[in-house]
Design a protein around this ligand. Structure first.
Ligand code: SF4
Length: 224
């Protein structure tokens, strides 16, 4: 099989195997697009359980809205999101995102959703503290835009399988998925969530290849 055809087959085959093994993941775990945006900033370098605590603090303080975060003193915001770690930096990132949202879309996420996807992505990447993973998480999970999210789990699993090199950059990884899947935000949503699930269930730092649904196609199976 030619490399392009092989990649196309494997990217789709892996999705089907993960979906059969774990079922739908119902991502993103949030009650509103704005909560997704906040979660996408807070989740950088932190376990999700800590983000849940920070989001709960914001909800209890009636502070999970663009207006509340914009008007809140910096120190108060940092205190509320403390469980998410790096809370001073993350408070600054959140404020920057909220100012950007206000300046460009009057804090109206429905208006933001109508903007061109690539222009929106470029604009988000120019906001302090927003890298490609956070930008694409916001675009896909808050706005339903068709962009595949790449994270450290994706790199770990797909380089172990042998489809990619761990040295490849974010854009190269993203191209692998977006060139080989139908442009469908529902599939992109589910696939990334399944990758995270698989990294936690089987392909963690010490992989449990014996109970892995991808072991038949993985070039590292049993070798780590
Ligand atoms: S076989 Fe092992 S290394 Fe390969 S994807 Fe599964 S858990 Fe990861």
């Amino acid at each position: 099989m030619k490399d392009d055809n092989k990649n196309n087959f494997l990217v789709n085959d892996i999705y089907n195997r993960l979906l059969a093994a774990y079922g739908p993941q119902h991502w993103w775990p949030a009650e509103s697009p704005f909560e997704v945006m906040v979660g996408a900033v807070l989740t950088q370098s932190t376990a999700w359980t800590n983000i849940e605590k920070a989001i709960t603090n914001l909800k209890k303080a009636h502070a999970l809205s663009p207006d509340a975060i914009r008007n809140m003193p910096f120190s108060e915001l940092a205190e509320l999101i403390k469980p998410s770690g790096y809370y001073n930096v993350k408070a600054r990132k959140l404020k920057s995102l909220i100012y950007w949202l206000d300046e460009n879309y009057s804090s109206d996420i429905d208006r933001m959703e109508k903007a061109d996807t690539q222009k929106l992505r470029e604009a988000l990447l120019a906001v302090y503290g927003i890298g490609p993973e956070t930008a694409d998480s916001i675009l896909l999970y808050a706005l339903g835009k068709p962009l595949f999210v790449i994270d450290a789990y994706t790199k770990r699993i797909f380089s172990r399988i042998g489809l990619t090199s761990e040295e490849n950059n974010y854009n190269e990884y993203q191209r692998l998925f977006m060139a080989n899947l139908a442009t469908d935000p529902i599939v992109f949503n589910e696939y990334h969530a399944l990758i995270v699930k698989h990294a936690k269930e089987a392909c963690n730092k010490k992989p449990v290849c014996g109970r892995c649904c991808l072991s038949q196609i993985c070039s590292h199976s049993g070798k780590i």
